[in-house]
Design a protein around this ligand. Structure first.
Ligand code: ZN
Length: 75
């Protein structure tokens, strides 16, 4: 999946064996680029952090991410 598919602004590819691993990869990617001074990712990072604090809103996002992951073709 890409950063963009997970709510971020770029087309960075994120890989993992399952949706949880991809979501973790996105979390790390957001932290890395924001730490490197990338402003365009800071909103996505805040949204990601907000999801952990707001389980109801976060859960539907999480379910959608899992569904999108499941819909990906095997590679
Ligand atoms: Zn990105």
């Amino acid at each position: 999946m890409t950063c963009k598919q997970l709510g971020g602004p770029c087309d960075q590819q994120l890989r993992g064996d399952n949706a949880d691993a991809v979501i973790k990869a996105q979390d790390r990617h957001l932290r890395d680029v924001v730490a490197a001074g990338d402003e365009t990712h800071s909103r996505a990072l805040k949204a990601m952090q907000g999801r952990w604090k707001n389980p109801i809103a976060g859960f539907s996002w999480y379910r959608n991410a899992k569904r999108d992951f499941a819909a990906l073709p095997e590679d």
